[in-house]
Design a protein around this ligand. Structure first.
Ligand code: ADP
Ligand code: MG
Length: 364
């Protein structure tokens, strides 16, 4: 394990910011520490870096107890959103900073900086000052500076947070590629789930100072362990189970183990906007009868706002062509069938994933 965090807790006055947080990061992975603003992400990162002291718990770096080591002794590199470059130093001297502190021979420093300039695609910019760079270029220099002393782990705290959307997109792709080349164990903090999906091998989802769920991004998306994770990782419609019209008995969408759930009142369906099909006619499959309220073209997809029984609002997304073909309009009655949904039983606090197509096929 490159990073092990064990039972960390941290209070600020009476406020418990971090509550018994434990997780591990496998060597060579890029892991996203993901959660809403104020959930404790930066605090955890600062504790790992040695910039903050936890009240209880410990940190191991590459197997060694680092809990009592100084920032310098830990051998971590960091890039923070507001961890500015040295303004009075050239790009070359910024990147060389950590190497000069370690008193490496001049020729070695020069060679290492050249190597990093190439890695972050800034060869030719060595003599520039930070003020002569774009925001994206500055963060690439910051990353090169962090990587220069070959840190054991790299900690990134919303490193692209201050950049505009297009540059952020480019840098994410770039960071992922760079990580595939250098494989330095990285912990990437972000509140943006899209950004996390773009770059990370693993997610650690945090809320209110507690770890909610850990795992590969796609499995958390498809199989969230709590309503929080389901809602945080992407838009989701939540509807009481009784709103769905099951149709003929044999077409019940629920595996037999779940059919009893349908009798309970606090069971809800979680279904994502892209996990539904919409038709003009009822086709015998389980569906919602809905009224089209609004159509919003969003480029590649069209968002459809629907109402069910007048009081439940849902959103779904269709590929643009499909909507044009079917020519839906506000006021129309449509039938909506979920392809994939999660049935949440509030009593046992568990999700049961249901893939409708497969269920139907299995029975046919
Ligand atoms: P995040 O990075 O996820 O947005 P932080 O780790 O910065 O969250 O903060 C977690 C919580 O701890 C927040 O409610 C924040 O206000 C509080 N907090 C962070 N640092 C301090 C501090 N130095 N003093 C008091 N409260 C703090
Ligand atoms: Mg933060």
């Amino acid at each position: 394990m490159a990073i092990e965090v064990r039972n960390l807790s941290k209070r600020y006055g009476t406020f418990q910011a971090i509550k018994d947080v434990s997780f591990e990061v496998i060597a060579g992975q890029l892991v996203a520490l993901l959660g809403p603003s104020g959930s404790g992400k930066s605090t955890i990162l600062r504790i790992i870096a040695g910039l903050e002291v936890a009240d209880t718990g410990g940190v191991l770096l590459t197997g060694e107890d680092a809990t009592r080591l100084s920032v310098q002794e830990r051998g971590v590199g960091f890039v923070f959103q507001h961890y500015a470059l040295f303004r009075h130093m050239t790009v070359r001297n910024n990147i060389a900073f950590g190497l000069k502190v370690r008193k490496l021979p001049k020729s070695d420093i020069r060679a290492r900086v050249d190597e990093l300039l190439e890695l972050v695609q800034l060869t030719g910019y060595a003599g520039r000052y930070p003020s002569q760079l774009s925001g994206g270029q500055r963060q690439r220099v910051a990353l090169a500076r962090a990587l220069a002393p070959r840190p054991k782990v790299l900690l990134l705290d919303e490193p692209f947070g201050a950049l505009d959307a297009k540059v952020r997109d480019e840098l994410r792709v770039w960071l992922r590629k760079l990580h595939d080349e250098v494989h330095v164990t990285s912990l990437f903090v972000t509140h943006d789930q899209r950004e996390a999906f773009e770059v990370a091998d693993q997610f650690i989802v945090l809320n209110e100072g507690k770890v909610q769920q850990v795992g590969p991004p796609q499995s958390l998306y498809l199989r969230p362990s709590s309503p929080f994770v389901a809602q945080f990782l992407g838009q989701v419609n939540i509807l009481p189970l009784e709103t769905i019209q099951l149709g003929p008995r044999s077409e019940s969408p629920f595996p037999s183990s779940l059919s009893e759930l349908a009798l309970q009142s606090d069971v809800q369906i979680y279904v994502r906007p892209h996990d539904m099909e919409v038709q003009r006619e009822r086709n015998g499959r389980p569906c919602w009868r809905a009224r089209v309220e609004r159509l919003t073209p969003l480029g590649g997809v069209v968002r459809m706002d629907l109402s069910i029984n007048g009081d439940h609002r849902i959103q779904l997304e269709l590929i643009s062509d499909q909507t044009l073909d079917l020519e839906f309009a506000p006021g129309d009655t449509v039938f909506v069938t979920p392809r994939h949904m999660n049935v949440f039983d509030a009593q046992s606090h568990t999700f049961h994933p249901v893939v409708l197509g497969r269920e139907t096929e299995a029975r046919a």
